[in-house]
Structure formats: C-alpha cells, structure tokens
Write a protein that binds this ligand. Structure first.
Ligand code: RIB
Length: 291
C-alpha cells in the first residue's frame, strides 16, 4: 500500500527546435496540454505497475484536470478541488527530447495539517509507504507524522532545495534524485551519497541508467538504448515503478529492471503522465530486450 501526498499539474508542453536564449523570442513547433506533476506521474506509474495507491492532492475548480485523473484511473477519494488555480508547468522540449520546466505551484500548496494527519491516521494498520516531493507544502510535517506512525517515507528531492532536503532527510527511508540533484546535495552538505544516512538512495542517471545505494552496497541498473522523444517525467516513472514493484514484494534488482523498462517506453512518447506504460507493455518490452 502506498500513499502519495503529491503534486498535480497541467503541463503545457511546447515543442521547440532549441531552447531560447535570454532575451530571445522563438516560435514553438507544437503545443500539447497534458496531465503532469511529479506527484501524479509517480502515482500513475506505481498504479500501472500494480501497486495499491491513493493520491492525496489539490487542484483548482478545474473540470479538465478532474476528467484527466478519471481517464487515468486515479481514485479521487483524496483529491480536493478549491479556489485558486491548478498547479501548472510551462515545458520546452527540444529535438533531443530534453526539457526546461517552469512551475507554478498553485493549489499544490493548499495541503492542510489537520487533514493530512487525519488521512495518515486512517492507514495506521496498513503501515504504507508515503511518497513526497518538493512540489507541495507540508512535506516535512507529513514525513514526521508518517515516521511517528511507523510508515516508510520516500522523498523526491525535486525541485531541489538544500534547505528542505536537509530538514526532511532524518525521516526518509528512500531518497530519490537525479544526478544533478545528487551533486547539489553533496556540495551543500559536504557528504558523499553513501553518508546521507538514508536506508536507500536511488539516483537516476538518464541514458546511463540508475544506481541504488542500499546497506552500504550499490546496485547498478543500465538503461535501454532508446532514442528519446520527450524525457519529461522519466524520473517520476522510474521511481513510481520501482517503489510499486518493491512494495509488491519483488527484489530490488527486479524492481529496478522493471522501472528502467517503464522509463524507456515513457520517453518514446510525448507528455508526462499519458506517456506512462502499462504493466503488460513493460513486461512485453522486457521480454524482448532482456536475454
Ligand atoms: O518531472 C516532470 C514533472 O515536473 C512535469 O510533469 C511537471 O509538471 C513538473 O512537475
């Protein structure tokens, strides 16, 4: 069982030949409006990988986003609509599939202390994993309460903030970062990745795969040789898939391989959440690619 207290965004994706320079105006070659947000991307990846997961999130009064969540099969029991705008992102995707993202948090910062405590208390018997990212308010408070209840906490250090991560780290069981975030954390704390004091640290390395630091050991997962169309949400897909398969009882090695397959398929499609593959699609891909 997993609870994801996570962001939900409208991603406005502009396809560009290259990124604009400061002060420059360029024309986009295409525009897509899709469901995104690190939180909901992770939830959909985990759900498609077979996990029992509830997403706890806030949106504006926005039929489009609620409709998208329904289409993706997200249970809306803990999705709250209120005044204010739904979180959104302006995303540029270039010809190499790389992106640049500007976020507006909007309703993602509408989490209320009492309500979060109430939801956590409801799952006391299940002792679920709790997933958090740095795209919502109250991450630290939720992590502290979750640990008090004996739950396990997974934290994505994105968007990166040295201050937030250093505060939350003592309550985290699985820390997830990309390579840039790991370097920023190492520089800001003067510690090596193995010295963060976290049970598991997952570092995604893009086309070079991923590494999982666990009990003083590092397990490496290579990536598949794929030409990316859009890498937005690849890290979220990797993490959501990994935690789902691990929570379902698979070994870390097998969960890492599944996550790598899911991310490889996801980057061949435009958009974040809608690009996340189903369990069967990932299994078919792995049967073909892994000897
Ligand atoms: O990780 C990708 C996500 O980051 C996008 O979907 C965007 O909404 C931002 O949250």
């Amino acid at each position: 069982m997993i609870l994801n207290f996570g962001s939900i965004n409208i991603d406005n994706v502009y396809q560009v030949l290259r990124f604009p320079n400061a002060g420059e105006t360029i024309s986009a070659k295409g525009l897509k409006k899709v469901l995104g947000g690190k939180g909901i991307n992770q939830t959909i990846a985990a759900q498609r990988a077979g996990a029992a997961i509830f997403h706890i999130g806030h949106v504006g009064e926005d039929e489009w986003i609620l409709d998208q969540l329904s289409k993706m099969g997200v249970d809306k029991k803990f999705i709250y609509s209120g005044a204010g705008v739904t979180g959104h992102a302006i995303i540029y995707v270039n010809l190499e599939g790389e992106n640049e993202i500007v976020l507006h948090a909007g309703a993602n910062e509408e989490f209320k202390h009492e309500k979060c405590d109430e939801i956590l208390d409801e799952f006391i018997d299940e002792k679920p994993w709790v997933i958090l990212q740095n795209e919502i308010n109250l991450s630290l408070e939720i992590a502290i309460k979750a640990k008090q209840l004996g739950f396990k906490v997974c934290y994505s250090a994105a968007p990166f903030s040295a201050e937030s991560i250093n505060k939350i780290l003592p309550y985290v069981d699985l820390l997830a970062m990309n390579e840039t975030e790991m370097k920023e954390l190492q520089n800001s704390s003067d510690k090596n990745v193995v010295d963060f004091g976290v049970a598991m640290t997952l570092v995604t390395l893009g086309s070079r795969g991923a590494e999982l630091y666990i009990h003083g050991e590092v397990i490496k997962q290579s990536s598949f040789d794929i030409k990316p169309v859009d890498t937005t949400g690849a890290g979220d897909t990797f993490l959501g898939s990994f935690i789902a398969r691990y929570d379902c009882g698979e070994s870390v090695k097998s969960a890492l391989q599944y996550a790598s397959g899911a991310a490889a398929i996801q980057i061949t499609r435009m958009g974040a959440a809608p690009a996340i593959p189903t369990y069967n699609q990932v299994e078919e891909f792995l049967n073909e690619k892994v000897q």
